[in-house]
Design a protein around this ligand. Sequence first.
Ligand code: SF4
Ligand code: SF4
Ligand code: FES
Length: 316
Amino acid sequence: MAPPLQVKQLPERIVHATIDGQRVAVPEGTTILAACRSQAAEVPTLCFLETLAPVNVCRACVVEVEGSRALVPACSRPLETDMVVSTRSKRVDKSRRMVLEFLASSVDMSLAGPDVERWMEEYGVDPDRYGPKAAAGADLDARAGRHGPTVGAERATAAQPVKVDNDLYVRDYSRCILCYKCVEACGDQAQHTFALAVAGRGFDAHIATEFEVPLPESACVYCGNCVGVCPTGALMFKSEYDLRQANQWDESRQTVTDTICPYCGVGCTLELHVQDNAIVKVTSPMDHEVTSGHLCIKGRFGFEFVQQRPPAAEPR
Ligand code: SF4
Ligand code: SF4
Ligand code: FES
C-alpha cells in the first residue's frame, strides 16, 4: 500500500515593522490592531469585535502609516514589512477626537462603557461645541434615520422614542452609533437570520427591520445575539431596561455565575447576571469556543421559569 501523502506546511512568514518607534515581529496577516495590542499600544475601537469580521465603519482605530496619504484603519489592515506606524500622531489624535465628537454630539453614549468615557477625556472630546442638546421630546417627528431639525442653536441628534414592541429586548436607536455589529451578528457572522440591516443613506442611514416593521412581525428569532454585541446599550434586555427605568439597575449588586444551558446537548456556557436573587440578563463568554458569545432564544431569554417557583416551593 502506498504511504499516506505527506502535506508539507509552508513555514510561517514573519513580518517586521515599527510601531511607535518599537520594532515588532508578527506572523504575516496580523492586523495592525493586533500588532499594536501585542505591544500594549492602545488603539480605540468602536465597530471592531474579535468575533466578527471587521466592517471598517467607525474609523476610531485609525493610525498613521509613513508614506500613506490617508489614515489607515488598524482593525482591518494587515501589518506589512517595514511599515512605520504611529498610533498617537497629531493627525491621528485629531481624527479620533472628531469621530468621537461627532458621535457624542448626536447620539447618547452614556452607556457605551468606561473605555469610551476614558477616550472622550483623553482626546478632549467636546460635543457641546456643536450647540446644546435639544430637550427630550422637542422633536415630535423623531424616528430612526431622521435627525431632527435644529431649533435655534440646538444641535441635531438621533433622539427618538425607545422601541418597546416585545417582552424580550428593546431598541433605543438614540444610542445607536451605526457600528453594524448587530447587522453582522444577525447576518452571516452568527445567526444567518438577516432580520436587521442598514436602511437609508448618509445622514438618514439607520438600523431597521424589513420595511421597518415591529420586531414581532419581522424575521427576528429573538436569539439576542444583536443585543450581545451592541456596544452602546441601544439594544438592551427588557429586564435591564425595566430596572433602569425604575432606577433599580445596579451592577455593583450583581453577580455573574457561569453555568451550562440545560435546553439541549450543545451545552453552551451561560453567564447568569443576577441581582437581588433574580436573573436580569444572560450572556455567553466571547472567547467560548462553541458560542463565541452567541446563543439561541432558549439560552438567552428562557430563564424566567427559574424564577417562577410553585407556591408549594416557597419557604413557609
Ligand atoms: S434577536 Fe437575533 S434574529 Fe432577532 S434581530 Fe437580533 S440577532 Fe437578529
Ligand atoms: S444598534 Fe448597537 S450594535 Fe447595532 S449598529 Fe447600533 S450601536 Fe451598533
Ligand atoms: S474599529 Fe476600525 S474602523 Fe471601527
